[in-house]
Design a protein around this ligand. Structure first.
Ligand SMILES: [Zn+2]
Length: 149
């Protein structure tokens, strides 16, 4: 239900969230000059992060060199923080470019960082129990926030 309701959000969440000045409510963990890091509200796994530029652009070719360089540096920071906090066995890092590739918000590029743990393939157990998600997200947010700082 939470997932279905979430899809009804109007407009571009990757533009709205950083402008809202509610970083805790929006699970924004880190802001740099051109990009920011937020937690996915519907995580595939514990610690599922996303990096997005502030600018509303759909693909890598639209990013300036400084945005692209910063995106890579922040991606590295996410890897380091997630390793320190959760000690995952691996990561899936990727971008869904276009609706056909599975992008929920195809108009605003964002990178997914999904930590992987041994035996975590049944991710439905994580997203299925919707009542546990708010607490899980909040505690994960606070834990990660201290490391990003
Ligand atoms: Zn946008």
């Amino acid at each position: 239900m939470a997932y279905i309701e979430g899809n009804k959000e109007k407009g571009c969440i990757f533009c709205q969230k950083p402008q809202a000045d509610k970083d805790t409510e929006n699970y924004i963990l880190y802001r740099s000059t051109w990009v920011y890091v937020l937690m996915n509200k519907y995580p595939y796994n514990n610690g599922h992060l996303m990096i997005a530029p502030y600018r509303h652009v759909p693909s890598l070719r639209d990013l300036r060199e400084d945005e692209l360089a910063e995106l890579a540096r922040v991606l590295r920071k996410c890897e380091i923080v997630l390793e320190e906090v959760f000690h995952p066995a691996g990561f899936n890092i990727g971008i869904n470019l276009g609706k056909a590739a599975g992008a929920g918000f195809a108009e605003h590029i964002h990178v997914h960082i999904v930590p992987r743990y041994q035996g975590d393939t049944n991710f439905m157990a994580v997203i299925g129990e919707t009542k546990t998600i708010p607490e899980l997200l909040t505690s994960t947010y606070q834990k990660l926030l201290s490391y990003f700082k």
